[in-house]
Design a protein around this ligand. Structure first.
Ligand code: BDR
Ligand code: CA
Length: 328
């Protein structure tokens, strides 16, 4: 399986990258950086650091992408992930440097090389993907699936009551991407809260593993745990991006879902970036996304534990038959 991961590397993005990098059978062709969680250059460093921690520095290129949203100022999330996006651990910089060239050019080029085969995992605001699809409207046809972490299935958000961070930061980009003709699989914030959280006992067990991977995990995730505990009422770490990578690799972890038309609110007074999942046929459009409503939480956790204990996830690349899912 060949993937590109578009990321705003901080917090759970790190775990998500590890998951892909430490699954045999997954070839990560490149990592592209989009503006998001923390300072852009820091995000680049964090991707390189994660490659170093997984022994892949130099083997997987990191491309710098868009430094700000299409039409709005950047929205910082370092209050969640730490100023460095790595739990305020201020690790020494990795020895590697980013690859020359722009992430958007890389996305277009690699999609030509692996047309029909390439899986793109988007775990950041969607600016790079929107630009790629705008520059070359045939880009979506060459991407086998675009697996997106973002939005909410007509449910709770994490920035506004109904708006999730990735879509909130660049709603115009998200709207462009959903209207561009990609084969989209969407993993929303609410399903991550349901199936992608590690609780206090899980974290204690990870701490006890005391491996290079578990130590890196605990260091980089400690700030988000504190934020969740003190500000979000969750005594644990949240893994929306890692869950998204997991269902992209092993589609059998995507247990339930449906197809519907999804649009992103760009003009709402209190709903900037809210994803509308049209399950009532209000807008009369054909579905543009598959939406996950239940993932295999225990299976996901087992992959994380295996990775943190042994350096390999144990995940298999499997495909799922989506044709029986309900279509709205
Ligand atoms: C998303 O926002 C980021 O902070 C996380 O990495 C994830 O991609 C969750 O809303
Ligand atoms: Ca992210």
């Amino acid at each position: 399986m060949r993937v590109v991961i578009d990321t705003d590397t901080a917090g759970d993005d790190v775990v998500a990258l590890m998951l892909a990098l430490l699954t045999p059978g997954v070839e990560v062709l490149g990592i592209t950086i989009n503006c998001g969680n923390v300072d852009f250059d820091q995000q680049v460093e964090n991707a390189l650091k994660t490659l170093e921690a997984t022994g892949r520095l130099g083997a997987v290129p990191v491309y710098q992408g868009t430094r700000r949203p299409l039409m709005r100022p950047w929205v910082d999330a370092s209050y969640v992930h730490g100023r460095d996006g790595m739990g305020d651990s201020f690790l020494p910089a990795a020895a590697g440097r980013p690859a020359p060239g722009h992430a958007v050019d890389f996305l277009l080029e690699i999609s030509r090389q692996y047309a029909g085969e390439l899986v793109v995992i988007a775990q950041a605001p969607l600016t790079n993907l929107a630009l790629a699809a705008s520059l070359d409207p045939t880009f979506p046809d060459r991407v086998r699936t675009l697996v997106i972490m973002g939005g909410s299935n007509n449910a709770v958000g994490n920035v506004l009551p109904l708006s999730e961070y990735n879509f909130f930061v660049d709603p115009e980009a998200a709207r462009i991407v959903f209207q561009a003709g990609f084969n989209i699989r969407l993993v929303t914030w609410d399903v991550c809260l349901q199936d992608g959280v590690l609780g206090r006992e899980d974290l204690a067990a990870i701490d006890r593993l005391d491996t290079p991977w578990s130590r890196f995990f605990m260091t980089t995730q400690r700030k988000v745990w504190k934020f969740n505990r003190t500000r979000a009422g969750i005594d644990g770490t949240t893994h929306p991006d890692a869950l998204t990578v997991a269902v992209a690799i092993d589609e059998m972890l995507w247990q339930e879902g449906f197809f519907a038309w999804v649009d992103i609110e760009t003009a709402g007074e209190r709903t900037r970036g809210t994803s509308l999942v049209d399950t009532v046929g209000a807008f009369g459009h054909r579905p543009n996304a598959a939406i996950c409503t239940r993932a295999d939480g225990p299976g996901f956790k087992a992959a994380l534990f295996s990775m943190l204990a042994t350096g390999t996830t144990g995940l298999q690349v499997r495909t799922r038959d989506f044709s029986r899912d309900r279509v709205y």
